[in-house]
Design a protein. Structure first.
Length: 96
């Protein structure tokens, strides 16, 4: 579940956990979709009805979206910070 971030450092610290959970949701969605398609093709019930597997896949895919957005924002903030530190380092070298 997405949560509210208080500051930039908290966002940047969550890169690992948000990316990992986003990938878990994404792969679960893929597995659920495959189970739904196979169950529908074989015309069998694989624990749940094929439509239920496909609905679970949609829920898993939608659940991964906020996690990947948070992951992308954290990477963006880290890259902005690294770029600004790099520019500050170049300006101090050129002024010496």
């Amino acid at each position: 579940m997405a949560r509210h971030w208080e500051d930039r450092e908290q966002i940047k610290a969550s890169i690992g956990s948000a990316g990992w959970m986003g990938h878990v949701c994404w792969f679960l969605g893929c597995i659920f979709a495959v189970l739904g398609l196979v169950g529908n093709a074989v015309n069998a019930t694989l624990g749940l009805e094929p439509m239920t597997w496909l609905l679970l896949a949609i829920v898993a895919f939608v659940a991964s979206i906020p996690l990947f957005i948070g992951w992308a924002v954290a990477w963006y903030l880290r890259s902005i910070e690294a770029t600004s530190q790099n520019k500050r380092g170049e300006s101090s070298i050129s002024s010496s």
